[in-house]
Ligand binder design. Structure first.
Ligand SMILES: C[S@@+](CC[C@H](N)C(=O)[O-])C[C@H]1O[C@@H](n2cnc3c(N)ncnc32)[C@H](O)[C@@H]1O
Ligand code: SF4
Length: 391
C-alpha cells in the first residue's frame, strides 16, 4: 500500500454550545460562563503533538473545526491553533479550512478575522427558516438572524459557504420542507447539507419524542427537495450533501473516500493508515474537563484500535456507497489494501438484488440500493444478516 498517496485531513473538535439542542447527540455541552478558550487551544496543541508522528511527511488537504460550536471561539484562538498546526505539518496550497458556525453566535467583525486566520469555508447550522419550527427544535436563533449571518459572511468575502438544514421536523409538511429549501437557495450559497431529523438515543427528544412525519413522508420530502435543489444548480453528490460545480466539501469527501484523518480535541476520532499498511482508529478522551487535563499524555488518548481485516471492506462501503458516484476499483484497492476479488461475491449478490450498479470500473448504489442503503452496506459485513434484503 502506498500510504503517502492516501489523502490526509485534520478534524478539530470544539465541545461547547450556547445551549444544548434537544435532538443533538454530538459531544457538545452547555458552555460555562467563562469559556476556557486559551487553555483549550493549549490542550489542542499538546494533543496535536501526540498525533503528528502518525502522519509524518504527509500534506494536509483540509481542516474542519466541528462541534459543538467552533464559532464560540475568537478568531485569535482559531488563528493560534491553525498557526501551530502549520508549524508542524505541511498544508496543500489550496487547503480547505472549514469553521462550523451557529448563526446565533456571530457578528460581522469575526468573519473578516476568521478569514484572515485562513478559514476559507463556513458551515452554518441553520436547520430551518421557519421560526416556529426553530423554536420547536430548541434553536437559539430565528430565521432572520440566520439569513443575516450568512450575508455577513458573504460580505466579509467568504465565498465557500454551506448551510445545514434538517427536514422531517416536528409537524413539518412537504410544503414546509420545500419552503426551507427555497429560502436557503435564495441565499446563493455554494453548498447545502440536508439531514433528516433523527431521534438519537440519550437526547431530550428521544426521552420525549415530538410528533415527527412518518418514513414515507420523510422520503417524499427528501425526493422533492432533491429535485428543487437540482433545479437551482445544487446537485446531490452524497446522501445528505448538495453542491454547485466545484464546491463539494473536500473534507467530507475524504471521509467518504475512506481517506485518512487525524482528530484532535475532546472525543475527536481519527482513522489512519500506518507505514505497514494497517488501518487504525484512534479517539480522544470525551469529557472536556478530562481532555483539558490529559491532552498530550497517554491518558488523553481514549483508545487506538486496529480495524480488523474482515471489517475493512464493510467500513469502506459504509462511506463510499453514500456517494452518488460510488467508487472505483483503484480507490478501493489503494485505501483498503484489498483487491476487487475479495468482494467479488458480495458485489454479485448485491447486483442480483438490484442494489448496486456497475459502469466501467465504477460501482455505486442503484436507486433501490440508495433507498435501502443500510441493507446494501450490511451485505459487506463479515457475517451479513442472513442475506435478507428489502429488495
Ligand atoms: C455540529 S452541528 C453544526 C454547527 C452548530 N453546532 C449548529 O448546530 O449550529 C452539525 C449538524 O448536524 C445536524 N444534526 C445534529 N443533530 C441531528 C439529528 N439528530 N438529526 C439530523 N441532523 C442532526 C444539524 O443540521 C447540525 O447543523
Ligand atoms: S446541533 Fe449544534 S448547536 Fe445544537 S447542541 Fe448540537 S452541536 Fe450544539
Amino acid at each position: 500500500m502506498n500510504v503517502a498517496a492516501i489523502p490526509l485531513a485534520l478534524y478539530i473538535h470544539i465541545p461547547w454550545c450556547v445551549r444544548k439542542c434537544p435532538y443533538c447527540d454530538f459531544n457538545s455541552h452547555n458552555a460555562p460562563d467563562s469559556l476556557p478558550q486559551r487553555e483549550y487551544i493549549d490542550a489542542l496543541i499538546r494533543d496535536l503533538d501526540v498525533d503528528v508522528p502518525l502522519a509524518a511527511g504527509r500534506t494536509l488537504q483540509s481542516i474542519f473545526f466541528g462541534g459543538g460550536t467552533p464559532s464560540l471561539f475568537s478568531p485569535d484562538n482559531i488563528a493560534r491553533i491553525l498557526d501551530a498546526t502549520h508549524a508542524r505539518m505541511d498544508f496543500a496550497n489550496d487547503i480547505e479550512i472549514t469553521l462550523e458556525t451557529n448563526p446565533g453566535t456571530v457578528e460581522y467583525g469575526p468573519f473578516a478575522d476568521y478569514r484572515k486566520a485562513s478559514v476559507n469555508r463556513i458551515s452554518f447550522g441553520v436547520q430551518s427558516f421557519d421560526d416556529d419550527a426553530l423554536q420547536r427544535i430548541g434553536r437559539i436563533h430565528n430565521a432572520a438572524e440566520a439569513g443575516r449571518a450568512v450575508k455577513m459572511a458573504q460580505d466579509a468575502g467568504l465565498d465557500n459557504i454551506n448551510v445545514d438544514l434538517m427536514y422531517a421536523l416536528p409537524n413539518q409538511t412537504l410544503a414546509g420542507a420545500l419552503a426551507d429549501i427555497d429560502k436557503a437557495v435564495a441565499l446563493r450559497t455554494q453548498h447545502l447539507s440536508h439531514y433528516q431529523l433523527t431521534l438519537e438515543p440519550n437526547t431530550a427528544f428521544a426521552a420525549n419524542p415530538p410528533p415527527l412525519p412518518d418514513d414515507d413522508s420523510a422520503w417524499d420530502m427528501q425526493e422533492a427537495c432533491q429535485t428543487r435543489l437540482a433545479d437551482a444548480g445544487l446537485m446531490q453528490y452524497e446522501v445528505s450533501a448538495y453542491a454547485r460545480d466545484g464546491a463539494r466539501c473536500r473534507h467530507n469527501l475524504n471521509y467518504w473516500n475512506f481517506g485518512d484523518y487525524l482528530g484532535i480535541g475532546a472525543g475527536a476520532h481519527a482513522k489512519y493508515t500506518t507505514a505497514e499498511g494497517d488501518i487504525r482508529r484512534r479517539w480522544k478522551v470525551r469529557a472536556p474537563r478530562g481532555f483539558l487535563e490529559h491532552a498530550g499524555t497517554p491518558r488523553g488518548v481514549g483508545g487506538d484500535d486496529a480495524v480488523v481485516s474482515e471489517r475493512i471492506a464493510f467500513e469502506f462501503m459504509l462511506n463510499a456507497l453514500r456517494l452518488n458516484e460510488g467508487f472505483d476499483a483503484g480507490t478501493f484497492a489503494s485505501r483498503t489494501g484489498l483487491t476487487m476479488a475479495d468482494i467479488e461475491q458480495t458485489i454479485a449478490t448485491a447486483r442480483e438484488r438490484g442494489l448496486l450498479d456497475i459502469e466501467g470500473d465504477r460501482i455505486r448504489a442503484s436507486e433501490l440500493g440508495q433507498r435501502f442503503l443500510n441493507d446494501t452496506i450490511a451485505l459487506f459485513l463479515p457475517n451479513p444478516p442472513n442475506r435478507r434484503s428489502a429488495a
